[in-house]
Write a protein that binds this ligand. Structure first.
Ligand code: ATP
Ligand code: IP8
Length: 274
């Protein structure tokens, strides 16, 4: 008879959101940036911290979701077909990320979010958490991602990796949540459009609320059904509320993720609970 492993002390993992803007080429549909993914995997392994990896969709998901309105729901035959197609693409991207983590010696536990979450009118209705919790207890590195989800009322919805960070932060209470994107953090306005935009290195909740009101934090220029950096900021508020520190950094910069994971100095936006 096997001993049941369920009473191991839970080591609080750090949540790492690998943005679709870093791990995929947003100029070309279904193109992963495999070298960047390998380097980020290397940095995660080198930091030797327990982590949950949540990745975005980038060019594997936002284009199809937008074209077929899968974030609004499903009524037509083509949409059902495209829902399946999008799900397969996300499985493929998750496999690339998981394989990279495996190759650097970690033990990834890939999880398909659409198999453990359902929604009702876009709100999470059901979350089957047992395998995820057990994977954390057993020191696996869970890998989840933004996904196309079955919705009891609308047929389908899209949940972002950022929303998964919010849900898991409330659930697990990580000390830190790191958002890895293609810019160095949150700026006074979109740095890709405005060269005079300034990086905001330290933010409090009141600053985040002010930024959201200002309308200066938006989407990238590419297809995006989850509100881009603005959507991220909205999810960051409840994450901060749950007591976790939030950091936004540039994943295209060598060593930035490693530095943040080990608590070394790194350029980025730091948002604190107090
Ligand atoms: P995905 O949603 O595919 O996972 P991601 O999480 O990596 O992607 P995006 O949603 O692409 O990130 O958001 C990052 C983009 O947000 C940047 O490339 C930038 O152009 C845009 N952006 C808009 N406003 C701001 C701002 N005020 N500060 C920083 N970035 C901004
Ligand atoms: O890239 C979106 O997740 P995100 C998921 O984290 C899909 O916003 C399938 C578009």
């Amino acid at each position: 008879m096997l001993e049941i492993i369920e009473d191991i002390e839970l080591q609080t993992p750090i949540l790492i959101k690998l943005g679709g803007s870093v791990i995929t080429d947003k100029e070309h549909e279904f193109k992963a940036k495999e070298e960047t993914i390998k380097r980020l995997a290397d940095e995660i392994a080198a930091a030797k911290v327990p982590a949950i990896i949540i990745h975005g969709a980038g060019s594997y998901g936002h284009g199809i979701a937008k074209k077929y309105g899968l974030h609004f729901g499903m009524k037509e035959r083509t949409q059902f077909r495209m829902f399946s197609f999008l799900r397969i693409q996300m499985d493929e991207l998750r496999e690339i990320v998981s394989q990279a983590l495996f190759d650097v010696g970690l033990n990834p536990f890939p999880i398909q979010p659409s198999a453990i979450f359902t929604t009702l009118n876009g709100q999470v209705f059901h979350f089957e958490d047992h395998a995820l919790l057990q994977a954390i207890r057993m020191n696996f590195t869970p890998v989840l991602h933004g996904d196309a989800i079955l919705d009891y009322r609308k047929g389908s919805t899209i949940i972002s990796g950022d929303l998964l960070c919010e849900i898991l932060a409330k659930y697990i209470g990580p000390t830190k949540c790191v958002f890895v994107t293609d810019v160095e953090g949150i700026y006074t306005k979109d740095p890709k459009t405005y060269p005079d935009a300034e990086l905001l290195e330290h933010l409090k909740i009141s600053d985040v609320l002010r930024l959201l009101k200002s309308g200066n934090v938006g989407e990238s220029k590419y297809d995006d059904v989850t509100e881009g950096m603005r959507g991220k900021l909205k999810k960051i508020l409840p994450i901060i509320d749950s007591g976790s520190e939030v950091v936004v950094i540039n994943g295209n910069k060598d060593g930035a993720l490693y530095n943040v994971l080990i608590g070394a100095k790194e350029r980025g936006t730091y948002i604190y609970p107090k």
